[in-house]
Design a protein around this ligand. Sequence first.
Ligand SMILES: NC(=O)c1ccc[n+]([C@@H]2O[C@H](COP(=O)([O-])OP(=O)(O)OC[C@H]3O[C@@H](n4cnc5c(N)ncnc54)[C@H](O)[C@@H]3O)[C@@H](O)[C@H]2O)c1
Ligand SMILES: N[C@H](CO)Cc1c[nH]c[nH+]1
Ligand SMILES: [Zn+2]
Length: 437
Amino acid sequence: MRGQVLHHRELRGVVPRAALDVEGALAVVRPICDDVRARGVAAVVEATERFDGVRLTDLRVPVAALQEALEALDPTVRAALEESVRRARLVHADQRRTSSTVRLAPGGTVTERWVPVERVGLYVPGGLAVYPSSVVMNVVPAQEAGVEQIAVTSPAQKDFGGLPHPTILAACALLGVDEVYAVGGAQAVAMFAYGARDADGALVVPGVDIVTGPGNIYVAAAKRLLKGVIGIDSEAGPTEIGILADDSAVPSEVAADLISQAEHDPMAGAVLVTPSVALAEAVQAELVVQVAATKHRDRVATALAGPQSALVLVDDLEAGMEVVDAYAAEHLEIHTVDARERATRVRNAGAVFVGRWAPVSLGDYCAGSNHVLPTGGCACFSSGLSVQTFLRGVHVVDYDEQALAGVAHHVVALADAEDLPAHGQAVRARFPDGLPA
Ligand SMILES: NC(=O)c1ccc[n+]([C@@H]2O[C@H](COP(=O)([O-])OP(=O)(O)OC[C@H]3O[C@@H](n4cnc5c(N)ncnc54)[C@H](O)[C@@H]3O)[C@@H](O)[C@H]2O)c1
Ligand SMILES: N[C@H](CO)Cc1c[nH]c[nH+]1
Ligand SMILES: [Zn+2]
């Protein structure tokens, strides 16, 4: 990309991306979702056996298991989760929206009411890693939005008697959520979207209004497929980190941050954008050493070697800004001398991390920000999970006779201009003696 400075829309086609994208994964998840729609619980049970190796007898986790998991939770992990919840709650409580009323004329108002959806299904991943932090990131905004019914689902684990991982169950109990299912993947999204009945026709899992939460490419594809049947947050799929850096960056820290996110998934993307050849070379050398030493070195190495990961050399930091806007990373770290100023100019990113003391790992757990963020370029038009995700704005239009009279002739003029005279007539009918002037 050296030598080119293009608008981010033109660059989008050449930024690093995985070979299998959400569109490609639709073909895999469509039959799974169709089957759940047609056969309900039986299809969910079969998909769980096929993909997770567990034959479920009950989709729902017994409430007692949640409480037991909380009682058995390591106190250090409990303290960390409590701090994560405390910080997330402070940030998300601040996102609440209050109704507001605008008076357009004497007797004429429009009020915007913010109404939470009634019932939500929150996805917590559990394939390659365990994600109690995603319980926090899903549940806290839903609670702060005032959602009445919160259901969580997470993949059944062979090693834990077919229940989701105990730390996930403990996190649910900590947050007061008692409706939890042991289902993962596309079948979980479909189960929430359509609801699921058993062979006798009994409703085992009631459908929801919105499904949120992160997941692998199959979860993201199911969300894309079923959007419309349900609302979704964003396509929060395989993790990505973009780093914009100059010579002031510390190579070992940059490498560690790239690896931290590559650790999620062989499909994770890690992209360094820099004008500094020296930095790029130093980071490359660090990666060799650090990858060899990291626990999940196989999937990290696969992720870093994939077409979704790259070290991108640019002419200067301004060209780098164009590249990171085109890439639209889920997470963008900025390690430059002027990081704070650059952060204010980033247009496309799920979340921005300013300087060396704000690594993505901080945001993953304890910054207070939400870690459920758009991937695959969706940060160009989607936001991270927030209280707003669970709210709908409803306009309440309240005009009295005088207020309608004041604008009636304009309504009729526009209705006539659109060749929709019945619209105008609906107003004329209220003024049988003729339209007010
Ligand atoms: N964008 C975000 O906000 C964000 C946040 C956290 C994690 N993540 C991502 O979440 C993902 C977690 O992935 P995971 O795999 O560990 O857990 P997961 O729960 O997302 O996926 C596991 C499920 O995938 C299904 N599955 C696996 N292989 C399949 C196949 N070949 N065909 C159909 N279905 C299949 C199974 O049903 C299984 O239950 C990672 O990609 C991680 O990067 C994203
Ligand atoms: N980095 C992930 C978001 O893509 C969130 C996470 C959870 N646990 C660890 N990391
Ligand atoms: Zn992470």
